[in-house]
Structures are given as structure tokens and as C-alpha cells.
Design a protein around this ligand. Structure first.
Ligand code: CTP
Length: 449
């Protein structure tokens, strides 16, 4: 028997109003079609713990794709489906209407078909309804991620917890649902550590033993999948602790090989985190932002710097890290590190004008500069100005834009980037600090040419 309790209040409190009202609509629609519908996975875990999470996964006992299409017909928005997996994503657009109130654009709901057949014991007749949800939940990684909340109108908010997820949350435990979990998916070892660090939980003894016994399966996993998990891990709040924990478990032996994380490497990683924190000026201990990355995910690829730190002592570190890059930005960070290392000279520390430093460093990504900076011994003494430069550089306001130049009648061309670059230098030097000073500065900049 699953543990059942009602989480409607927690949903009301922790889910955005529009999403909440959409969930009520979705539940009513499911009633009309005779489907059972649930939110499931991470969002349920976070609701139980009391965190916000707007990444909504829905499972229906029925045809998930058809259901998503019906939602789009009734409320608007678009559907992308993957027939092969029985999954669909319903995305709202600006015209979506729910409950007579306007809906927000760009909300995403992943909708999946729950497996219909589930056998209570070998050769039993398949139990269709609850069991299909149960089987869907049973295939998941950890008990804390294997709970569901029903959203059909009459049962709205009913928590379904077959595998004691609530108990494990209370006991701060990460526990697998079945013994082959890590063997089937060794990336779950990295996920386990991610959730440990995020929530301050620990794997239970049996789960940790299963993880240790599956370490040798890690090399069979593609680099992309490992990289994705490492990116998720390093983008959270405790990359250093996660790296230490993975070292204690012996995981790095199977990813990095001979260059296992040493004390020296850990020191370097700590320095890296420290400078990232100062430069991005984000309070990484802020509890509110624990779910999402403390950094601007799209913009900065600090995760690849952490990985580079781990590989750095190896002669082939660059080639090794390159194999894990996930996009062009990652590749660019590594290229910039390599180029910067070659030209990095102590004279950069002598500069006192941020504009002059910008002329030297503007073409290098912030991530690469931070990485190379933390490699320089004694940088803390020397690098005050460079750190100040980076802090200011990541927050240069768009007081002057290409659009503005166009409005002023300047003919588009390479001159745009030249002027915008000069603007950056002037801003960094404190010559401009607000919008009112722009026109005057611009005139003198153009006159100088
Ligand atoms: N899942 C799994 N095994 C994996 C990855 C995911 O069983 N290797 C399941 C988990 O039940 C998880 C759900 O798929 O809750 C969704 O995965 P994902 O979005 O990656 O994780 P979340 O739990 O939502 O975590 P996060 O808060 O980091 O998004």
C-alpha cells in the first residue's frame, strides 16, 4: 500500500499561480477523457521538501501524446511529440488561455504515457491502473524521485508514495529502488552525489555498496552522458564537496584515470570556486536558488573549468577534457585557456587601468581568464585589479547598443563593434557611468576618428 497524503496546500504555496491553475485544468481535462494524471519525479520531491520547482513532468495512464494534443487544442500552445517513447512536450504560447485568465508564454509540460501493464507477481493478470503508475515509478533512480501527485479534480493533490520516498526524505537518505539500478544506468552514481550535495542527504549503506560495485560500469557510458551529469553537478552549489565525495567513492578513477583528484587539485578547485563566486557576485549559499544553477547557465560554462582543473595535471589534459565538451562554448573556453596560458605574463598584474586590461583580455572568455588566473601562484596578492576588472566586465550595462548607434544615423559596419568596444573600455575606466553621459562621450569618440 502506498503512503497517501494530500499536498494541495504545498502545491498552492510553492507552484506559480498560473502553473497551478493550468494543472487544475489539466486534471479536469484528464477527468473528461477518463485518464488518471499525475505530476511526478523531481517536482514532487521538491514540493515535499518545500522547494520551488517549475519543471513539471506529467504522467498519464492513457495516451500521453494524444492528451498533450488535446490540451493544445483546448488551451492553445504547441506540442512536440516523440512517438517512439510515448512522450510529448506541451509548450504554452502567448495566446494560451486557461481558466479565463491569461496564461504565460513558454511554460513547458512534459507529458508521458505510463506503462499500462504491470504484473503483481509472475504470470499474474496485468493490473492496469495503479500498477502502471507503480511500474513507472519503480523504474526510476531513487525513492525520493519516485513519488507522484494525482491532479484529477476529485483527487487533486493526493501524494502517492509506494517506495517510502517521504521516509527517506525525512531520514535524508538517497536510496535506489532496485539492486540493478546503477548497473542499468551508472550515471545514477553521479546523480546520487548531486542529490546528496544539494539536499545534504547521504546514500544509505546498501545503495552506496551497490554504487561502489557498479563503478566499473562507468567507462561503458558515453562521454556525452557523463559530461551532462558532471555539468549538472558542477553547476550546483557545492562543486568542491561533490568532487571530494566522488574522490572518496573512487569514481574519478573511472573517469579521469590516473590523474585522481589530489589535495593539490582540490585546492585548485577551491580557488576556482572562490574566484567564480567573487566575479559573478552571486551568493552561492542562498537557499532560494539551490534548485537552479547559481550561475547564468546559458552564458557561463564554468563547469568545464572544474573539469579542466581535475584533468590539468595530466600531460594530455586538453585532449582529455575536449572529449567531454558539450557545445561550442565549452570548446571555446578550452581554446581560450590554451591561448591565454601561452601569452599570460606577469605584466598583466601591473596594470591599474581596467580599460587597458580590457584591451589585453577582452577577446578571452571570462571562464578562461578565471581558470588561468587561479593557476598563477600567489594570484590573490597580485590579481586584485584583474578580479575587479572581471567583476565589472560581467556587469557592463547596455547603455550603448547597436540599435542606439543606428538611431543616431551611424552607418552600420565594423565601426559599430569598434565603438561598442571603446564604450566598454570607457565604462570600465569609469568615464561613463550612466545614460546621460553617453551622447557626450559618443560625440567625442566619433570626433576622435
Ligand atoms: N530519472 C531516472 N534516472 C536517470 C535520470 C532521471 O530515474 N538517470 C528519473 C527520476 O525519477 C527523475 C526524473 O527521471 O526525477 C526526471 O529527471 P531529471 O529531470 O533529470 O531530474 P529531476 O529529478 O527533475 O532533478 P532536477 O531537480 O535536477 O531537475
Amino acid at each position: 500500500k502506498p503512503i497517501v497524503m494530500n499536498l494541495m496546500d504545498a502545491m498552492n504555496k510553492n507552484i506559480d499561480d498560473i502553473i497551478y491553475s493550468l494543472l487544475r485544468n489539466i486534471g479536469e481535462k484528464a477527468d473528461k477523457l477518463g485518464f488518471k494524471a499525475y505530476i511526478i519525479g523531481g517536482v514532487v520531491r521538491d514540493l515535499v521538501i518545500g522547494f520551488k520547482n517549475e519543471d513539471i513532468d506529467i504522467v498519464v495512464e492513457g495516451d500521453g501524446i494524444q492528451f498533450a494534443q488535446m490540451l493544445a487544442e483546448e488551451f492553445g500552445g504547441s506540442v512536440r511529440s516523440h512517438e517512439k517513447f510515448g512522450t510529448a512536450t506541451w509548450k504554452t504560447d502567448e495566446f494560451c488561455v486557461a481558466n479565463k485568465s491569461y496564461c504565460r508564454e513558454g511554460l513547458k509540460f512534459d507529458i508521458t504515457t505510463a506503462r499500462r501493464e504491470y504484473y503483481d507477481y509472475p504470470a499474474a493478470l496485468p493490473t492496469v491502473e495503479r500498477s502502471s503508475l507503480k511500474e513507472d515509478l519503480y523504474r526510476r533512480d531513487f525513492t525520493i524521485n519516485a513519488m507522484a501527485i494525482q491532479i484529477n479534480d476529485s483527487e487533486f493533490g493526493k501524494l502517492i508514495d509506494y517506495f517510502h520516498g517521504i521516509k527517506d526524505i525525512n531520514n535524508k537518505k538517497i536510496r535506489v529502488l532496485y539492486n540493478l539500478s546503477f548497473v542499468e544506468d551508472p550515471t545514477r552514481i553521479l546523480r546520487a552525489v548531486r542529490f546528496e550535495q544539494r539536499f545534504g542527504f547521504l546514500m544509505d549503506g546498501h545503495t552506496q555498496e551497490l554504487a561502489l560495485n557498479s563503478l566499473d560500469k562507468i567507462p561503458a557510458v558515453s562521454e556525452v552522458r557523463i559530461a551532462n551529469e558532471l555539468k549538472n553537478l558542477f553547476q550546483e552549489q557545492h562543486p568542491v564537496e561533490a568532487i571530494e565525495r566522488l574522490a572518496a567513492l573512487g569514481v574519478w578513477d573511472y573517469i579521469i584515470g590516473d590523474g585522481v583528484a589530489s589535495l593539490e587539485v582540490l585546492e585548485r578547485v577551491k580557488e576556482l570556486k572562490g574566484v567564480i563566486k567573487i566575479v559573478t557576485n552571486k551568493n552561492v549559499n542562498n537557499q532560494d536558488i539551490h534548485i537552479t544553477s547559481p550561475y547564468d547557465n546559458d552564458k557561463y560554462r564554468f563547469w568545464i573549468c572544474y573539469l579542466a582543473s581535475l584533468f590539468y595535471d595530466n600531460d594530455q589534459w586538453l585532449e582529455r577534457v575536449q572529449r567531454f565538451t558539450l557545445n561550442n562554448d565549452d570548446v571555446e573556453v578550452l581554446n581560450h585557456i590554451q591561448k591565454l596560458e601561452a601569452i599570460w605574463q606577469d605584466k598583466i598584474f601591473m596594470q591599474t587601468s581596467l580599460g587597458v586590461i580590457h584591451r589585453e583580455l577582452y577577446q578571452f572568455r571570462v571562464e578562461a581568464i578565471i581558470f588561468v588566473l587561479t593557476l598563477t601562484s600567489d594570484y590573490r596578492q597580485q590579481a586584485k585589479t584583474i578580479i575587479e576588472y572581471l567583476q565589472k566586465r560581467v556587469a557592463i550595462p547596455a547603455l550603448l547598443t547597436g540599435k542606439k548607434l543606428k538611431e543616431l544615423g551611424i552607418k552600420p559596419g565594423p565601426i559599430y563593434s569598434e565603438i561598442l568596444f571603446e564604450y566598454e573600455c570607457a565604462y570600465l575606466n569609469g568615464e561613463i557611468s550612466n545614460k546621460d553621459q553617453i551622447n557626450y562621450w559618443l560625440q567625442s569618440c566619433i570626433d576622435d576618428r
